[in-house]
Design a protein around this ligand. Structure first.
Ligand code: ADP
Ligand code: MG
Length: 481
C-alpha cells in the first residue's frame, strides 16, 4: 500500500488517542481494573453510579499523566479542574463521564515522528485525565445488548494532536510513537487489540496550496494500528473522489468496518454532541507543585530518542540497529543486561538482533517471555569469544539454551561441542588431509589458493566438527606453502 499522492489534494489528519493507564486502581474508585475478567466483577457502588457515592482522586492518575506531559514537552497546568461530560449511554450509568475540559493537566506539547525519508514534529494540543466508560457487548446474545461495567471508571488519558499529520503513514508513525512513549514510561501497556490504546482519527482534505482546512469527518472503531492506517487511507480517497465529482464532505462520525474495508456512517451532524460540560462539584482542583513536577521529572526513564543516540555512540550501532534495539524498552533493557553480563557489546548486539529476535518473531512473544536469561546468553558469548565453539556449535548451543536450564558451557560439554584447538590435535589431521589430496595440493601451490576452503572443509570433517576453522586454515596454509 502506498500513500495517497494526489497531485491536487492534500489530507489533514488529527488524532485523538485514549490510553488506559496501568494505575492499580481506577481513576476515582478503590477497585482494580483488569482486562478480561468476568463481567461486572470489578465494580463498586461508585462505578455503578449509585446515588450518594463520592469520587476520590487516584494520585497516580495525576502522576502518570504528568509523566506523559513531561515526556512530550507539554506545559503542566499548576491548577486544573475536572469537568462532567454529560451524555446518555447504557454503559455510562452515572449519565456523565468525569473528564477535563477547559483546563487540561497538560497542553502545548509535541513529539517527533520518523518516516523513511524525513522526521517531523507533531504538535500535541492537550493531554487530559478522564475515566473510562463501561462496555456494551452486542455480539453475545441475538436479542439483547449486554453491559459490562468492569471498565467503568478505569483511568484514562486522552492525547489530542494538532491537525499536523498529512498522510496515513504519518498517522501510523505517530500512533506507534505514542505507544512507544507510554510503554517506556510504564503508564499503559499500549495494547490496541485489548483496547488499552484507542484512536479516533479526524480527516479532511483540501486543495494543495489552500490554507483553510476542509470539513472533517471523524473515524472510530479501528482496533489495530494497521486498521487506523487503512481507515484513514480509505477516507482520504473517499473525500477526494467526492470533492472531485462536485460533492461536499459532510461533517460526521464514521465507523470503520474491518470486514468490508470501508467506513460507514455512524451519526451525522444533526446528532452532534452537546456535552454540557460543567465543573465537577465533587472533586477539588488538582494542584501541581513545582516540587512534585521536579520529583516526577527526576524519575523519568531515559526516553527512546536519547537511548538510541546513546546506543549509537556507546556500542557503535548503526541507526537501524539502534532503532530496532530501542523500539521496545524491555528489549533495550535486556540487550544492555547481556552487554553487562558478557562485557562484549559487539557479540551481544549480533546475538540479540539475530537469534533472539528470530525466536521472538517465530514464537510471537515479547522479550518478557524469552526463556533464556541475559547471564546464560553471556555464557554462550564467552565460549564463542574464547574460540571454544565454532559457529555451527554456537547455533546448536543457542537452541539448547531455549530448551534447558543448563549453562552454555554445560551444554557444550554434554554435546561434545567444545572446539579442540591445540596444534597437537590438529596437526596430524592437517598433514593427513594434505597427503590424501595431492592433486588439489599441487593446484593450490600453482596459485589456486581458493582451494583452501576445500581443505578446511576436509579438516573439519575429519575432526568431527571439533576443529577451530581459523586455526585449521592457518595450519593448512603453512602445510601447503
Ligand atoms: P472535537 O472536540 O469535536 O473532537 P477538536 O477541536 O477537539 O474537536 O479536534 C479534535 C481533533 O480533530 C484534533 O486532533 C484536531 O487536530 C483535529 N482536527 C481539527 N480540525 C480538523 C480538520 N479540519 N481536519 C482534520 N483534523 C482536524
Ligand atoms: Mg473528537
Amino acid at each position: 500500500m502506498s500513500t495517497i499522492d494526489h497531485p491536487d489534494f492534500e489530507a489533514v489528519i488529527g488524532l485523538e488517542v485514549h490510553a488506559q493507564l496501568t494505575t492499580t486502581t481506577k481513576a476515582f474508585a478503590a477497585v482494580q481494573y483488569d482486562y478480561g475478567e468476568p463481567p461486572n466483577t470489578l465494580v463498586t457502588p461508585l462505578c455503578l453510579g449509585h446515588p450518594g457515592t463520592l469520587p476520590a482522586l487516584n494520585e497516580n492518575l495525576v502522576r502518570y499523566t504528568i509523566r506523559m506531559g513531561l515526556a512530550t514537552g507539554c506545559r503542566i497546568a499548576p491548577r486544573s479542574i475536572f469537568a462532567r461530560k454529560n451524555y446518555f449511554y447504557p454503559d455510562l450509568p452515572k449519565g456523565y463521564q468525569i473528564s477535563q475540559f477547559e483546563t487540561p493537566l497538560c497542553s502545548a506539547g509535541h513529539l517527533d515522528i520518523e518516516l523513511p525519508d524525513y522526521t517531523k514534529r507533531i504538535g500535541i494540543t492537550r493531554i487530559h485525565m478522564e475515566e473510562d466508560s463501561g462496555k456494551s457487548i452486542h455480539d453475545q446474545d441475538p436479542l439483547h445488548s449486554l453491559i459490562d461495567l468492569n471498565r467503568a471508571g478505569a483511568s484514562l488519558i486522552e492525547i489530542v494532536s494538532e491537525p499536523d499529520l498529512r498522510t496515513p503513514e504519518e498517522a501510523y508513525a505517530y500512533l506507534n510513537r505514542i505507544r512507544q512513549i507510554v510503554q517506556y514510561l510504564e503508564i499503559c501497556d499500549g495494547n490496541m487489540e485489548e483496547g488499552s490504546l484507542r484512536c479516533d482519527a479526524n480527516v479532511s482534505v483540501r486543495p494543495r496550496g489552500q490554507q483553510a482546512f476542509g470539513t472533517r469527518t471523524e473515524l472510530k472503531n479501528m482496533n489495530s494500528f494497521r486498521n487506523v492506517e487503512r481507515a484513514i487511507r480509505f477516507e482520504i480517497q473517499r473525500q477526494i473522489d467526492l470533492v472531485r465529482s462536485g460533492g461536499r464532505v459532510v461533517q460526521q462520525t464514521l465507523l470503520w468496518d474491518p470486514a468490508r474495508n470501508e467506513t460507514r456512517m455512524m451519526r451525522g451532524k444533526e446528532e452532534a454532541h452537546d456535552y454540557r460540560y460543567f465543573p465537577e462539584p465533587d472533586l477539588p482542583p488538582v494542584l501541581v507543585t513545582q516540587a512534585l513536577l521536579e520529583q516526577i521529572r527526576s524519575e523519568l526513564p531515559e526516553m527512546p530518542d536519547l537511548r538510541r543516540k546513546r546506543f549509537r555512540s556507546a556500542y557503535g550501532h548503526s541507526e537501524d540497529d539502534a532503532v530496532t534495539l530501542t523500539e521496545n524498552r524491555h528489549l533495550a533493557d535486556f540487550f544492555e543486561q547481556v552487554v553487562v553480563e558478557s562485557g562484549n557489546p559487539r557479540e551481544a548486539t549480533s546475538l540479540v538482533l539475530g537469534q533472539v529476535l528470530r525466536v521472538l518473531n517465530e514464537r510471537g512473544i515479547g522479550i518478557a517471555e524469552f526463556p533464556v536469561t541475559a547471564a546464560r546468553l553471556a555464557g554462550l558469548i564467552a565460549l564463542r569469544a574464547a574460540d571454544q565453539v565454532n559457529s555451527t556449535a554456537f547455533q546448536q548451543i543457542f537452541n539448547e539454551l531455549l530448551e534447558s536450564e543448563e549453562s552454555a558451557e554445560e551444554i557444550a560439554r554434554r554435546l561434545n561441542l567444545m572446539q579442540v584447538s591445540e596444534d597437537g590435535f590438529l596437526a596430524p589431521i592437517v598433514a593427513q588431509v594434505v597427503a590424501d589430496h595431492p592433486d588439489e595440493a599441487a593446484r593450490y601451490r600453482e596459485g589456486k589458493t581458493a582451494l583452501i576452503g576445500f581443505f578446511v572443509g576436509k579438516v573439519m570433517q575429519a575432526s568431527g566438527g571439533k576443529a577451530n576453522p581459523r586455526q585449521a586454515r592457518e595450519l593448512l596454509q603453512s602445510a601447503l606453502s
